[in-house]
Design a protein around this ligand. Structure first.
Ligand code: GLC
Length: 561
């Protein structure tokens, strides 16, 4: 039942950073599975059976990933040799490919390179360890009882955070985490050196806002899965958390609790019209704040952050749940909006002009289902679907339970569009023609239905699977994984697929893209043992007020306070 949390491993140190409530997540996850599955019994009979088998398997001890020590042999992952069912043949291949991508620093594993693609003429920076790309690798290693590489990675990156970061003559914020780093081996002097990129070498020169958030999320996942509190409590990590928080909680001219970002500052790291308040960043921001709250020590420096975090979480959840949420009813309301309203009684607070609603969204919106739209700012709503942001909103409980269910409903209702032949569309729909020219700056890599512009990214499978488990809808993940299995190995683990239904290997997609490999493995392992999802999922915080109906929010002051 403990996963591989060893008895007696928890609560080392006087301060129990992961709160008690949080500690129960894993066990509650199981109860909740049964509960939420009960709710769904009629439409999800098969998944019910699957999950109860998994839960029994966990209890029966034999198939548990045992605490830390059950380290697998080099190419014999616990997940494939311990599976009571016949493992899929591509699992062993995936593990081998994942291990090939490991990067060593002074003999210690510290991460995985983005792609191990020797056939590609252009290496660019795909030979580096990307922070965001390493997350699914890290989860795979944690699930397989191999936490050392994750610990080394967390320590190396927090060390890099301490570097002075400059772009031309401008100095970046202290808390910024690198997008990626590289180990340079000097065979003559037999030394290893680290080089990091904080955006100063990246195409477009954008700092990765998501890196710091992923780092915090991963630190919590490590702590949760190993029970080792010492890393999160170490002075280096506490300082790392505080520096990231200081960056994103600093006061400015903002009128919204969302975080203002430049285009290309996340997984979508090229100009794609996501500047402003992109859902991808807001959901990660929310999740990172919640994870930080469970790990921050309440010492002199740490306690300064507690109140600002709590206040921000309240304001952020209210804002996102109210203004980013779109379903049939909400769309209809926006369609009928009046404009040019002034004062606090305004219904159309951001002065969105109904004519700016794109045609596609009227057809796309099912009567059952909903999602968090891409961006909201003055007179601008980006109605596009973004997979990562919506999945992270579910995992972090930024989405209410009803909203989480509605996102799952949408994925089912719009399967052809969002999944098609390869999970999962990173954004939907693609932008084309004049809009593509204006929004992407004529980016030849982001042509319609390619790459970030409506491409399909296998890495997103792990996020989808985790969200499916959290909402008690594992059959959706199973369907998606089965689709991916028909192609991934055969196509040599591409970075992304192109086309309206994701049928073609991406135009410039790297092969042996590590996060495609790791994302698949993590999805498989989570489905096999749903308690793993606890590493990346947070229960709803009851103190967070549920969504106040939009119409009720116009006249009253912010009910979140
Ligand atoms: C591309 C992706 C980015 C990823 C990087 C390394 O630039 O857009 O999200 O981190 O490749 O795989």
């Amino acid at each position: 039942m403990n996963g591989f949390k060893g008895p007696g491993l928890r609560k080392v140190g006087s301060h129990s950073s992961l709160s008690d409530a949080d500690d129960h997540d894993l066990s509650r996850l199981h109860d909740r599975h049964i509960l939420s599955l009960d709710r769904q019994r009629s439409c999800d009979e098969r998944s019910m059976n699957e999950l109860s088998i998994s839960i029994r398997a966990i209890d029966s001890h034999d198939s548990v990933y045992s605490p830390g020590g059950m380290r697998s042999g080099f190419s014999t992952p616990a997940s494939s040799c311990r599976n009571p069912f016949e493992p899929h043949p591509i699992i062993a291949e995936a593990w081998e490919a994942l291990r090939r991508s490991i990067v060593y620093f002074k003999g210690e594993p510290v991460g995985t390179i983005a792609a191990f693609d020797h056939a590609s003429e252009e290496v660019l920076n795909y030979d580096q360890v990307f922070v965001r790309d390493f997350v699914p690798s890290a989860l795979a290693f944690l699930m397989n009882g191999e936490p050392d590489i994750v610990k080394n990675f967390l320590l190396k990156t927090v060390y890099l955070q301490g570097w002075e970061k400059r772009i031309d003559r401008f100095k970046l914020g202290e808390g910024a985490m690198p997008a990626s780093f590289k180990v340079l081996h000097d065979p003559v002097r037999r030394i290893d050196n680290l080089v990091a990129d904080f955006g100063e070498s990246a195409i477009g020169r954008v700092a990765p806002v998501d890196s710091g958030f992923w780092w915090i999320i991963l630190l919590r996942a490590y702590t949760k899965s190993t029970g080792d509190l010492t890393l999160a409590e170490s002075a280096e990590c506490q300082k790392g958390i505080r520096l990231i928080l200081a960056l994103c909680l600093s006061e400015g001219f903002d009128t919204f609790p969302t975080l203002l970002c430049a285009d290309g500052c996340s997984m979508i790291d090229r100009r794609m019209g996501i500047y402003g308040y992109p859902i991808e960043i807001q959901a990660l921001f929310f999740m990172a704040l919640r994870c930080a709250l469970t790990m921050l020590k309440h010492d002199t420096e740490g306690k300064e952050f507690v109140e600002p975090i709590v206040k921000r979480l309240h304001a952020l959840s209210y804002h996102m749940r109210s203004y980013f949420w779109l379903d049939f009813q909400q769309l209809n309301d926006i369609y009928r909006y009046k404009t040019e309203e002034y004062s606090h009684t305004a219904v159309n607070k951001f002065n969105v002009i109904p004519d700016s609603i794109p045609d596609w969204v009227f057809d796309f919106m099912p009567t059952r289902g909903g999602y968090f739209i891409g961006n909201v700012s003055p007179a601008r709503m980006d109605f596009r679907w973004f997979a990562l942001g919506n999945c992270v909103a579910i995992l972090s409980s930024l989405a209410t339970p009803e909203q989480s269910m509605a996102v799952m409903d949408l994925i089912e209702e719009r399967w052809e569009e969002l999944v098609g032949e390869m999970p999962l569309k990173v954004t939907y729909p693609a932008i084309e023609n004049h809009e593509w020219r204006i929004v992407t700056g004529c980016d030849p890599k982001n042509t319609r239905w390619s790459y970030h512009n409506g491409g399909s990214w296998p890495v997103l499978l792990w996020l989808l699977t985790a969200a499916c488990i959290k909402t008690g809808r594992p059959q959706i993940a199973r369907r998606a994984i089965e689709l991916a299995e028909t192609r991934l190995l055969k196509d040599s683990w591409p970075e992304y697929y192109d086309g309206k239904i994701g049928r073609y290997v991406g135009k410039q997609a790297r092969k042996f893209q590590t996060w495609s490999i790791a994302g698949y493995l993590v999805a498989k392992m989570m489905l096999e043992d749903p308690s793993h999802a606890g590493m990346v999922s947070l229960e709803e915080d009851k103190a967070m007020k549920p969504l106040i109906k939009r119409s009720a929010s116009w006249t009253c002051p912010d009910p979140a306070n």
